[in-house]
Design a protein around this ligand. Structure first.
Ligand code: AMP
Length: 565
């Protein structure tokens, strides 16, 4: 196997956050969060946004797009905001994203005193009314609920200086096109408008033409191959929810048993947290990040080289230019923010014809970014199932067997003969062997697998169905059933609980990787609802809905009786 590893050129230092023109309060917040350098989209988007340009950006989740628009918006917030009306409005497709984006604004804008409010369907409107009344600077909303508030006169857009349409393609898929148009009509003409979308279909282009003025265009998921050839290593990915990531990493590494591995994280904070978790799991893990002195870093590297550490948990910045012979595995704890970064990272293994393995843990929403990386590198990333507890047990037994075989072939076992002989008076030889194997197994692999819990498998999102009849509006009110491969999910809440189609669509798209356009007809009866979804994702939809609330209530969720397989 030949390979031309691509290595970062340490002489070309990418710009730091400080070079982008951000104010000290924001720089301090980023540093406290452990962000070491801007992602490509942040590098490209922040400077034009800071000078007030409109922007059309193609970027998927995982690229750092939220900070790319949030930081400039926060910086441009007028100092004086006497009337308490919002100066920025961010429209997002789901309530989960509304919460996530407003948390991001809050984290970055704390020192600037930014007041941020998420508003979305499913949350009691009273709380939102009180918050709006007491004054907010940034509103992050789903279109339906934003429009409700505008109609009530509780959300006034007269002071807006900026509007962001985030994940615009998803919003259109969910049938929010008209709502968005109506909202934009209420916003001042003189404003900055930013549109982010993972895909750029004609409808998004049309929307951009209608609402953006001379926008800067940024295409982050470049389709051209990255410079150089990606190294030929075994590349696989695991889809896992954020909550199960540390356990999934442990499980995958236990099964892979790397000689030495480097685990890449996005921030210093995560590096520290994960190092601790992995040490708790019995690995000899060392942290490496930009907050450490050169001396500390050298110490870590020599421990890795000497084999007294087997896991390096690092940020990109700290690991730049690093070359470790022993590395067998590179792990992306998160999907890298750009294909280039993926190639650089995996270039750490598989050098000079050695075998290498690259593993990526991706959250369901980041699946699209994996596809982009595959296209750009021209190499396949296999999506594997997270090993089960049974897989782990089997693997551990294999390791014990291999260790025993080696001992049988190589060790001097004579000194132990006396024990076996004396025990064989009392026990069968097989039983003696079994007891010895048990002790060896437990001694070499501490961490009992009794305590291991199953990690839920998340299915791969099915390819987007082609629906020529689709006009981008029908789904929310109930699209038509699609031919073959669909089923109905029963949800034990209906009209009496105030459930509307958009609540169900919001809950499903927020809790799973199913997109609005995959959802078929929605039927809302007095006491229950039925939602049509593709068979392939029914289990995921059921699990997602069971784990969440609809209109603040837990509901019975199951496959509809008439549709059981
Ligand atoms: P997004 O693509 O906006 O959903 O961001 C993906 C994740 O990356 C979020 O968890 C952010 O907190 C994180 N993130 C964004 N920018 C950076 C950065 N420059 N360095 C480290 N982490 C980042």
């Amino acid at each position: 196997m030949s390979s031309t590893p691509v290595r970062p050129d340490p002489s070309i230092e990418p710009p730091a956050f400080a070079d982008l023109g951000l104010r000290p309060e924001l720089l301090a917040a980023l540093s406290a969060l452990g962000y070491e350098e801007p992602t490509p989209i942040q590098r490209e988007a922040i400077p034009p946004l800071l000078v007030g340009r409109d922007l059309l950006g193609q970027a998927a989740t995982g690229t750092g797009k939220t900070a790319a628009f949030a930081l400039p918006l926060l910086q441009r917030m007028p100092e004086e905001r006497p009337d308490g009306e919002p100066v920025a409005l961010v429209l997002v497709p789901t309530r989960e994203l509304a919460v996530q984006v407003s948390e991001a604004f809050h984290r970055y804008g704390k020192d600037l005193g930014a007041r941020v409010l998420p508003i979305y369907g499913g949350q009691p409107i009273g709380r939102q009314l009180r918050a709006l009344d007491s004054g907010v600077d940034v509103v992050v909303a789903t279109p339906g609920r934003a429009l409700d508030h505008i109609a009530r006169g509780t959300l006034r857009l007269g002071s807006l200086t900026a509007v962001v349409l985030d994940e615009a393609d998803e919003m259109l898929d969910m049938g929010f096109a008209e709502d968005i148009e109506a909202i934009l009509e209420h916003a001042p003409q003189q404003r900055q408008t930013v549109l982010f979308s993972a895909t750029m279909p004609a409808r998004i282009d049309g929307m951009a033409r209608a609402h953006l003025t001379d926008p800067v265009r940024i295409l982050i998921a470049r389709e051209q191959p990255v410079a150089g050839e990606a190294p030929r290593v075994r590349q696989s990915a695991y889809l896992v929810t954020r909550a199960h990531k540390p356990a999934a990493l442990g499980r995958v590494l236990d099964v892979e048993s790397p000689t030495a591995a480097i685990v890449f994280c996005r921030s210093r904070e995560e590096v520290d947290r994960l190092t601790e978790t992995m040490n708790g799991r019995g690995y000899r893990a060392e942290a490496l990040h930009g907050g450490m002195s050169q001396e500390q870093r050298d110490r870590v590297m020599s421990r890795l080289r000497a084999g007294t550490a087997d896991l390096l948990v690092a940020t990109d910045v700290a690991a730049r230019g690093l070359d470790v012979e022993q590395l067998s595995h590179v792990v992306n704890y998160d999907v890298p923010s750009a294909p280039e970064s993926y190639v650089h990272r995996i270039g750490r293994v598989g050098r000079a014809g050695r075998e290498g393995v690259a593993i990526t843990l991706a959250e369901p929403r980041e699946h699209r970014m994996l596809k982009t990386i595959e296209r750009v590198t021209g190499q396949r990333i296999t999506i594997d199932k997270i090993p089960t507890v049974a897989d782990l047990r089997t693997r551990r037994l294999e390791l014990t067997q291999a260790a025993l075989r080696e001992s049988l072939l190589e060790d001097d076992l004579e000194p132990f003969r006396v024990i076996v002989e004396s025990l064989s008076d009392e026990f069968d030889l097989m039983e003696v062997a079994l007891a010895a194997v048990k002790l060896a197994h437990e001694a070499t692999l501490p961490g009992s697998d009794e305590a291991e819990e199953e990690i839920p498998q998340v299915a791969v999102r099915p390819p987007r169905p082609i629906r020529p009849e689709y006009d981008g509006r029908g789904d929310r009110r109930g699209g038509r059933p699609r031919a073959g491969g669909v089923t109905q999910v029963f949800i034990g809440l209906g009209r009496r609980a105030g459930v509307r189609p958009q609540d169900l669509v919001g809950a499903i798209t927020g809790e799973t990787r199913v997109s609005g356009r995959d959802i078929g007809s929605i039927e809302i009866a007095d006491r229950f609802s039925l939602v049509e979804v593709p068979l392939a994702v029914a289990d995921e939809v059921i699990a997602g809905l069971r784990g969440s609330t609809i209109k603040g209530r837990k509901a019975t969720v199951r496959l509809d009786r008439d549709n059981r397989r």
